[in-house]
Design a binder for this molecule. Structure first.
Ligand code: V47
Ligand code: SF4
Length: 363
């Protein structure tokens, strides 16, 4: 099996599900890193991308109760927040004149807010920051938003695009296999819902990202099944920019008894993703989740993107025990982190156009 896989990777041929399973179960880490680096460098050389972005989490009030989530509160429960549109405008005013290019909007699934509300939010954001790229709303949020506004998926997406939505983040995918989904997020958007929404977005020309929440109750078979569904969708549309493995963090949620994955497991997961997802251009290590040292290591295991410079407005991970409790980093720090790992820091926009090559500055 090892020889066959090696031959396929160097010939640029696709690995099948059994081979991916073998990589998870039996491959040693050094070899995985070598193969993943070969693919990563073939696609991107030493380029390592980041962008300058900030997060808005409009609310943590959520109609669902996913077992892994430390962020959400039920309507009326203590600890819930919901920003007004004016408060969101105030957040945006804080970025006027700063070189941010993207806002990532993600939050709980609010019981009352529909397309018109979020559409107005996008319009107000763009009035204050006219050039900002709005990456907003997971498929889970979108499904409920469209139902509330009595719109089909296509109508809802077209309306949001009209309001100014530019792309869709990858959240809400978790693990697609029904045996796992039943245990960790039984009631929210199904696998089918998630895939159909992303496919419809791609067909309307709205790009998106995709994720996989790993290191909880799933096994390697479930991860391969998950990535295979993403790869099949990508074959049909080509609309995914980036795959982001999200490491399960175990504080303050119903799955706190589960030990978190080791760094070895994180690196292995990045490498297998790089090798299996041959049609998704980028693999992102979300640094606030795994911390800066693991992010540096991940660059030698298939990762070519480290997300952005983010102020400490994101709570989804800090509430679940992420490495970075106040995940803000300056551009200079990110450039340093990438350069010290032996790679070339490149600032990108949200769809991977190159904005600045910092290797020239850093050299
Ligand atoms: O779907 C929630 C995850 C996701 C926990 O598209 C947790 O660029 C680990 O998808 N431990 C939402 N993960 C955020 C998301 C994302 C993040 C960064 C970049 C992009 C992008 C998308 O956060 C959820 C869920 O999978 N999550 N709780 C937890 N305890
Ligand atoms: Fe709600 Fe999302 Fe948390 Fe699930 S993961 S409870 S949908 S905020």
């Amino acid at each position: 099996m090892k020889e066959v896989i090696e031959e396929k990777v160097y010939a640029g041929r696709r690995l099948d599900e059994n081979e991916a399973l073998f990589l998870y179960q039996s491959a040693d880490l050094g070899w995985l890193g070598e193969l993943a680096t070969y693919v990563r460098e073939k696609k991107h050389g030493k380029n390592t991308y980041f962008n300058r972005n900030f997060h808005i989490e409009p609310t943590n009030i959520c109609i669902y109760t996913c077992a892994f989530c430390a962020f959400a509160r039920r309507p009326g429960e203590e600890g819930g927040w919901e920003y007004t549109l004016e408060e969101i405008e105030d957040i945006c005013r804080g970025y006027v004149g700063k070189p941010v290019t993207e806002v990532h909007i993600v939050g709980g699934v609010h019981p009352k807010r529909g397309v018109e509300y979020y559409g107005e939010m996008i319009q107000r954001i763009k009035r204050i920051l006219p050039h900002i790229h709005v990456k907003g709303f997971t498929a889970v949020e979108l499904k409920v938003m469209f139902a509330r506004s009595r719109m089909s998926i296509e109508e809802g997406l077209a309306a949001l695009r009209e309001y100014g939505l530019d792309s869709i983040p990858g959240g809400g995918a978790e693990i697609f296999h029904p045996d796992v989904r039943k245990q960790i997020c039984d009631t929210k958007a199904s696998t089918d819902n998630w895939l159909v929404i992303h496919e419809a977005a791609h067909k309307l020309g709205i790009p998106s990202n995709c994720t996989m929440l790993y290191g909880h109750v799933e096994n390697y078979f479930h991860r391969v099944h998950h990535m295979n569904l993403l790869r099949e969708l990508q074959d049909r549309t080509g609309g995914f920019n980036t795959f982001i493995p999200l490491k399960f963090r175990h504080e303050n949620n119903e799955l706190s008894h589960i030990q978190e994955a080791s760094v070895i497991e994180d690196l292995k997961n990045y490498a297998v993703a790089r090798l299996f997802l041959d049609n998704i251009p980028h693999i992102k290590a979300y640094w606030p989740m795994i911390g800066k040292p693991t992010t540096q290591l991940a660059l030698s295991f298939g990762v070519d993107d480290v997300d952005g410079t983010i102020d400490d407005t994101t709570k989804i991970y800090s509430m679940a025990g992420a490495e970075e409790q106040s995940p803000a980093v300056t551009t200079a720090e990110l450039v340093h982190l990438i350069t010290r790992a032996g790679y070339r820091p490149i600032e990108r926009d949200s769809v991977y156009n190159i904005l600045n090559d910092f290797s020239v500055v850093a050299a």
